[in-house]
Design a protein around this ligand. Structure first.
Ligand SMILES: CC(=O)SCCNC(=O)CCNC(=O)[C@H](O)C(C)(C)COP(=O)(O)OP(=O)(O)OC[C@H]1O[C@@H](n2cnc3c(N)ncnc32)[C@H](O)[C@@H]1OP(=O)(O)O
Ligand SMILES: N[C@@H](CCO)C(=O)O
Length: 402
């Protein structure tokens, strides 16, 4: 019988997986801030902050060519090249690299693992300096604004005063919007993709299902599973399966799998993964738990839920951008029902009302929300054109013809 998802490989917090993560250390520099604190929206203070990051390309002499890329919910700092933990290409290798739209021969690209994450930046699996044990749920909740404030500390550490662009999709796009609201003078241009200025009720609902799956796993132990030497990987896998459906469109699921059966001619009349789509989702769940920490999943989904940029500005989104000189390019995808085009339009309307320069593109695609991670030629063209124009405004040398 093959009714349950099969977590064959070691989950993230076994000794073996820890060793794999530690093997990443030479690849990911970690910025530490001894003696400094980060004040969080939750009203608490974080000590001994650590931020794991990657850079690609070189800063120019005036340090005016930096682009900050912000990752989505379960991304990490490995935006390009090979991710040493998964052995797979970086999550935005379609856009970032030499000669690519975010051209690392021209730009100095920085990407940091978010606060609350599990790839080297302080998160619930980090050691709580007050107890010497992993934080677990004793880690204070973090918000998108907290993530951005931590990134600002990293930029100070790297000697980058101003960003030529801040770019990202989904939760990365939320960080882009927050960057302009919090640090307008530090951002020349902004590229928020497949995102929203506030998380919808429907999206909060999906996240709650995922969190309940994690917390219902008997191995969760109130969030202190590391002390018990186990990981609630089954709950996390179920959470990912449910979430993954929301990252795709109905058309894409139909195109990829339809009602086809997996490795069999007839249904089993049982609960095995008869259908290809079931097998695919199980695979997505099983592979996710090899690279992600269950408590981090709780924290980062919660940060998205709390995001409501207008709420910080008397309920008027335009006020978040008023006076900002940042140039925007807002992008959405036609088949993205998780962050539909109407969410992007709301951002564009607010930017118009605030007087900010903004362009908007809705890209025709049947790939759903995760289209921003896939090879979408129109996204590449828009990104290249937008960055060329931002670079020109900033007085950088023009791009070579390709
Ligand atoms: C910033 C960030 O967001 S980083 C995090 C982004 N990364 C993820 O979210 C990782 C998981 N998500 C995905 O894989 C997303 O679908 C994407 C967008 C990143 C990739 O999409 P695609 O290239 O279309 O890949 P697809 O969704 O078809 O998945 C391919 C995988 O499914 C597996 N698969 C395909 N069909 C089946 C099936 N019938 N049964 C079992 N497994 C299957 C493939 O073997 C492949 O496995 P692998 O990834 O372990 O090599
Ligand atoms: N699939 C991506 C996008 C989610 O918004 C991720 O897991 O981060």
């Amino acid at each position: 019988m093959d009714r349950l998802i099969n977590i064959a490989a070691p989950p993230l917090d076994t000794e073996e997986a820890r060793a794999r993560r530690e093997a990443d250390a030479p690849h990911s520099p970690v910025a530490s801030f001894p003696g400094e604190t980060l004040r969080l929206d939750a009203g608490l203070v974080l000590h001994d902050l650590q931020i794991a990051y990657q850079t690609y390309g070189e800063p120019n002499a005036a340090r005016t060519n930096a682009i900050l890329v912000c990752h989505a919910l379960t991304g990490d700092q490995h935006v390009a090249n090979v991710n040493p933990v998964t052995g797979k290409p970086g999550w935005w290798e379609t856009l970032v690299g030499p000669g690519k739209p975010i051209d690392t021969e021209r730009f100095y690209v920085i990407c940091a693992n978010v606060l609350g994450g599990c790839m080297g930046t302080t998160g619930p699996s980090s050691t709580n300096p007050q107890t010497g044990r992993p934080y677990g749920l004793d880690m204070p909740l973090v918000t998108i604004r907290d993530m951005v404030n931590a990134q600002a500390m990293l930029l100070d550490h790297l000697g980058i005063e101003r960003l030529l662009c801040v770019a990202g999709g989904s939760m990365g796009g939320m960080q882009v919007l927050q960057w302009v609201a919090s640090y307008p003078e530090r951002v020349v241009s902004a590229l928020p993709i497949a995102t929203a200025a506030r998380h919808s009720a429907q999206n909060i609902a999906f996240h709650e299902v995922g969190r309940q799956a994690v917390m219902a796993d008997p191995d969760w132990h109130g969030g202190h599973y590391l002390q018990f030497g186990v990981t609630p990987h089954r709950g996390l896998a179920v959470a990912r399966m449910a979430a993954h459906i929301t990252y795709m469109s109905d058309q894409a699921l139909h195109r990829k799998f339809g009602r086809r059966l997996q490795d069999r001619a007839l249904p089993t009349f049982g609960f095995d993964a008869d259908f290809q789509v079931e097998s695919y989702l199980r695979h997505q769940g099983e592979s996710f738990v090899q690279r992600f920490d269950p408590n981090s999943y709780l924290y980062v989904t919660r940060a998205m839920d709390y995001f409501d940029l207008a709420a910080e500005y008397d309920g008027v989104l335009a006020n978040a951008f008023r006076g900002s000189k940042t140039r925007f390019c807002v992008v959405s995808f036609t088949s993205d029902w998780l962050f539909p085009t109407q969410d992007s339009r709301a951002i564009v309307h607010a930017l118009n009302a605030s007087g900010a320069p903004v362009s908007f593109a809705e890209i025709e695609s049947d790939k759903g929300h995760d289209a921003f991670l896939l090879d979408e030629p129109e996204l590449s063209d828009i990104t290249r054109g937008f960055l060329d124009s931002a670079a020109k405004t900033a007085g950088l040398p023009v791009a070579r013809d390709r």
